[in-house]
Ligand binder design. Structure first.
Ligand code: F6P
Length: 540
């Protein structure tokens, strides 16, 4: 067991030893009441964690841990604006963006309300055709230019809520590889395309490069310099840099340094969502997030869904020894959820020193998160899940309905989700494998190849449908899980100095690729690759 020292450690250790060799399937046999205390409901989401390798006694130890770490209290202080991001001396008030605790933060709330009103007004003008492109035609497409938190959240939400008749078609460009922008623009009409340049800092190289190229595309298509402000709006905390870049302050939608990039889709960073789906749906997304905030603030550990997600991850990773966490949405709409959650969880909790002391953590922090839409993964990496020897945990996410699709096909999707959940638990025993070998007329020595240990801890997340409200609740649940886990692991969930290092070195190497100078300051491998790049591009 690799956990930070805690009063609850002995109880957790006893549970770990008791459950070390227990089959999850047996936990159902020995406790027929199991399902009643391994299900939680919140804001229309149901978490069924009965297929986790934990029993009632183990859960009590986890609840004691939640009390010891005062998770409830820490969450409340987060939502009230405590400067939880100690290295940047900032609060992390994404919950305020959806109205939570607004009565306690009147000044900041005013700014939020003002920005929402400005966003709503823009959305109305664009949808009503009052605001048009440079030839007088209404906008048909919106391109969000941003990266990381200025891309992944809105991209995932627009993918999830996509309809065949959106108010505006939404597109996303993130990569500085020109291919990304060029492929999107190739199918668009400059006269009817609106751009949103999303960058909290307005210094991000990828975003600024793409924004410049998009502006050039508009100019090359006949837009005048003065038309650009009709076609390009910005979302940023850095209004000066946006103005310097040439975006009129009236076309800038503010963000605040008290919102982390990966928690920002609820702010004006979500403008593309409102333009794509309409204001009502954006509001419903906020409402779903707020409902999950309310649940999380008020529920004790044993009924608190996001806290349970965090406690289970801690149990799996730090007590049972899993090292990755798979998120497996059985919904094409949620196919971008794992990408979004990668930034949310790994940029937040992929840390190595303790929040409280700065000492190096001698236990694992955030597990690697990965996954993709079922059933596609089944025909790819699920082989490793069933027969590989790396321990993992998983969330299988299943919206119970999807009115837009053929019911028979949806039934097959659901059957696959439930089949995989069951297979992950029961596996295939040695006796069953031997019987299978025999039925195939094969030597019994081959039976181990057909055997699957199963017993993989995982949860089911069920809800009625991928609606804006449910999606808001789902995202907020994962946000709060991430926060709770950061408390249990004693790390700062709200900075990202590891990413900043790459940015600094990137600037240095860009100068070398431009001039060929300073090769000596690089290590031999990087210098050789830089020379290869320069040679391949005509020496400049
Ligand atoms: O990847 C690092 C990061 O700072 C993220 O935290 C952020 O979401 C992303 O870059 C984009 O930053 P910005 O919105 O400032 O362009």
């Amino acid at each position: 067991m690799r956990i930070p020292a805690s009063k609850t450690q002995p109880a957790l250790e006893r549970s770990r030893l008791r459950l070390a060799d227990v089959a999850i399937a047996d936990l159902f046999r020995t406790d027929t009441d199991r399902l009643s205390y391994t299900r939680l409901d919140a804001a229309g989401l149901t978490l069924d964690f009965s297929k986790q390798r934990i029993d009632a006694q183990g859960l009590q130890a986890l609840f004691a841990l939640a009390e010891e770490y005062e998770l409830q209290d820490a969450f409340e202080r987060l939502t009230l604006g405590e400067a939880v991001n100690v290295t940047e001396q900032r609060p992390a008030l994404h919950t305020l963006l959806r109205g939570t605790q607004q009565q306690h933060l009147p000044d900041l709330s005013q700014g939020v309300a003002k920005t929402l009103a400005a966003m709503q007004s823009l959305v109305k003008q664009v949808h009503d055709g009052q605001r048009c492109g440079f030839t007088g035609l209404p906008f048909t497409d919106v391109v969000n230019i941003g990266i990381g938190g200025s891309d992944l959240g809105p991209r995932m939400v627009c993918r999830a809520l996509n309809t065949s008749s959106p108010a505006l078609r939404a597109h996303f460009v993130a990569n500085v590889d020109p291919q990304d922008l060029d492929e999107i623009l190739a199918a668009l009409n400059p006269a009817t395309t609106l751009f949103i340049v999303c960058s909290k800092s307005f210094t991000t190289e990828e975003t600024l490069t793409n924004a410049l190229r998009a502006r050039q595309w508009l100019l090359s298509a006949g837009a005048a310099q003065t038309d650009i402000q009709q076609h390009v709006v910005a979302v940023t905390t850095n209004l000066d840099a946006a103005a310097e870049f040439g975006i009129d302050p009236t076309e800038c939608y503010p963000m605040w340094d008290w919102v982390g990039g990966r928690y920002s889709l609820w702010s004006a960073i979500g403008l593309v969502i409102a333009l794509h789906r309409g204001w009502e749906d954006f509001q419903a997304l906020l409402d779903g997030g707020q409902a999950m905030d309310g649940h999380t603030l008020s529920m004790p550990p044993e009924q608190n869904l996001p806290m349970m997600l965090a406690l289970l991850e801690y149990w799996n990773c730090n007590c049972l020894g899993t090292d990755t966490h798979a998120v497996l949405p059985y919904s094409q709409r949620l196919s971008a959820l794992p990408d979004f959650l990668q930034q949310l969880t790994m940029e937040s909790n992929g840390k190595r020193v303790k929040l409280t002391t700065g000492a190096v953590c001698d236990y694992p922090t955030a597990p690697v998160l990965w996954g993709s839409a079922g059933t596609i993964g089944q025909h790819s990496y699920y082989q490793l899940l069933h027969q590989g020897n790396r321990p993992f945990s998983a969330d299988i996410i299943l919206p119970l309905t999807n009115a837009d699709v053929d019911l028979d096909a949806h039934r097959k999707l659901a059957a696959n989700a439930l089949a995989q959940s069951r297979a992950l638990m029961i596996g295939r025993s040695a006796a069953e494998a031997a019987a299978l070998a025999a039925s195939r007329g094969q030597d019994e020595a081959l039976a181990p190849h057909f055997e699957m240990p199963g017993n993989h801890p995982h949860s089911l997340l069920l809800f009625d449908a991928v609606t804006p409200y449910r999606l808001g609740a789902l995202i907020a649940a994962y946000e709060h899980k991430t926060f709770f886990l950061s408390r249990l692991l004693d790390v700062n969930a709200f900075d990202q100095w590891g990413v900043e290092l790459g940015k600094v070195i990137g600037k240095q190497i860009l100068a070398t690729l431009e001039s060929g100078a300073d090769l000596d300051s690089l290590d031999p491998s990087t210098a050789a690759a830089a020379v290869a790049w320069r040679n391949a591009n005509g020496g400049h």
